[in-house]
Design a binder for this molecule. Structure first.
Ligand code: RM4
Ligand code: MN
Ligand code: MN
Length: 399
């Protein structure tokens, strides 16, 4: 089973793994969100970029592993590049850096029939200009990843040329790639459904891989765990992306049905463990990986900060469980096709309670031993709720 080493060797390995595992949290995870039927407003939700930075700093104070905040450009930088100076100031004030830059290609009226895949050239151009602005924002903020998700698609068969739209998107992504600085990356996210009901222009990892390859060497694929059909084997997709060198990052969340954006591991923690196992095993075989671990969740009912802390803690636990698989032994068992022993070893790692060692690690790093309890004790949520309650209750989607 997992614990074949001595306790201190396990502790040493665990500490090393936890030291190297950082998680990026999304600005929109602190904002008021809802479903298409309505929105339940929380007094403590962040409505300004300043509040989002403040909340991110609180999560980082409690967990110590979330130094970057993903930004969604039109929600967080409504004036684009002009807002960079203000963001810089917030970075310094809250000791949180800007993380991935997310273009917004879905909220403007012009995008009714698509953005980079719109049949009208002028609208495609407008969308491209926005993406290129995001590249410049990334450069100005020193943030590496441009994380691209589009809502483009169609609702009815025969209403759009799927192939023309492929070509338009290829053009736009190549043009974007040309503008990247040498350290920047373009992450291409896929999603099979919502908001388009018939076809989505980047619907799965095969299409995303094609677009990434075609755009250039600094483009790779982003896997959002909620963006798959229910029966899909996500860890196999991850294994393929590792094999082809195209795995750029994750948007982590959980779901029961579709893109539910529930907190990580709330429905199926074993799924995330299996994904992490693929990554750890690729790493142990010497593959050089550069994976952005990002959260993409919207907390409609749970308290925003509490849900974020819970997510980060869960991510650490699952990452560590998968790190502790005795991979040498597993390789032998796989080789000899000892199926039950292999499976039991694998499952054994999943069932190992790593919480005590994570707690030890936190104490050793000067972090609260129990971040969720520390959050409750701090009174942060009540304080910001009191302060933020006074403002107007007008809230737009996510922002
Ligand atoms: C999409 C997708 C994107 C995220 C938006 C808010 O479903 O997951 O990554 O930015 O939601
Ligand atoms: Mn996503
Ligand atoms: Mn999503």
């Amino acid at each position: 089973m997992v614990m074949s080493h001595s306790d201190s060797a396990i502790r040493e390995k665990a500490f090393k793994e936890l030291d190297s595992f950082l998680v990026e949290i999304p600005s929109w995870g602190f904002a008021n969100t809802g479903t298409r039927f309505g929105k339940f407003v929380q007094a403590g939700a962040a409505t300004t970029i300043e509040e989002k930075f403040a909340d991110a700093a609180e999560v980082n104070r409690l967990t110590g592993v979330t130094p970057t905040l993903a930004l969604h450009v039109l929600w967080d930088l409504p004036n684009g590049l002009k807002d960079v100076a203000a963001v810089r100031e917030l970075e310094a004030r809250f000791a949180i850096r800007s993380g991935s830059i997310n273009p917004n290609l879905f909220q403007d009226q012009e995008y009714k029939f698509g953005s980079l895949c719109n049949p009208e050239a002028a609208i495609r151009e407008r969308a491209l200009v926005h993406v290129l602005d995001c590249v410049e924002i990334g450069k100005a903020l020193g943030s590496r990843d441009i994380s691209l998700w589009m809502a483009d698609g169609s609702n009815y068969p025969g209403t759009q040329s799927v192939r023309k739209r492929i070509a338009w998107l290829e053009e736009a992504l190549s043009a974007t790639h040309q503008r990247l600085a040498p350290n920047q990356r373009l992450l291409v996210e896929y999603k099979p459904f919502e908001p388009a009901f018939y076809h989505t222009d980047i619907a799965d990892w095969g299409m995303a891989s094609h677009f990434a390859r075609q755009a250039g060497p600094q483009a790779c694929v982003l896997v959002d765990t909620g963006h798959h059909y229910l029966g899909q084997n996500i860890e196999q997709i991850v294994a393929w992306l590792l094999h082809t060198g195209l795995l750029g990052g994750f948007h982590f969340n959980d779901r029961r049905y579709a893109d539910d954006d529930l907190t990580l591991g709330s429905i199926d923690p074993y799924q995330i463990f299996r994904i992490f196992h693929e990554i750890h095993s690729a790493q142990s075989e010497g593959l050089k990986l550069d994976i952005a671990y990002m959260i993409d969740q919207s907390h409609n009912l749970k308290g925003k900060i509490e849900a974020m802390v819970q997510t980060v803690v869960t991510a650490q636990e699952l990452y560590l469980k998968a790190a502790l698989v005795d991979r040498e032994r597993l390789a032998e068992l796989q080789q000899s096709c000892d199926l039950v022993a292999a499976e039991e070893l694998y499952r054994g790692a999943f069932w190992t309670d790593v919480r005590p060692v994570v707690k030890e690690w936190r104490e050793a790093r000067g972090l609260p031993a129990d971040p969720l309890a520390a959050l409750r004790e701090s009174g942060y949520v009540e304080r910001v709720a009191r302060e933020r309650e006074k403002r107007s209750t007008v809230v737009g989607s996510y922002a």
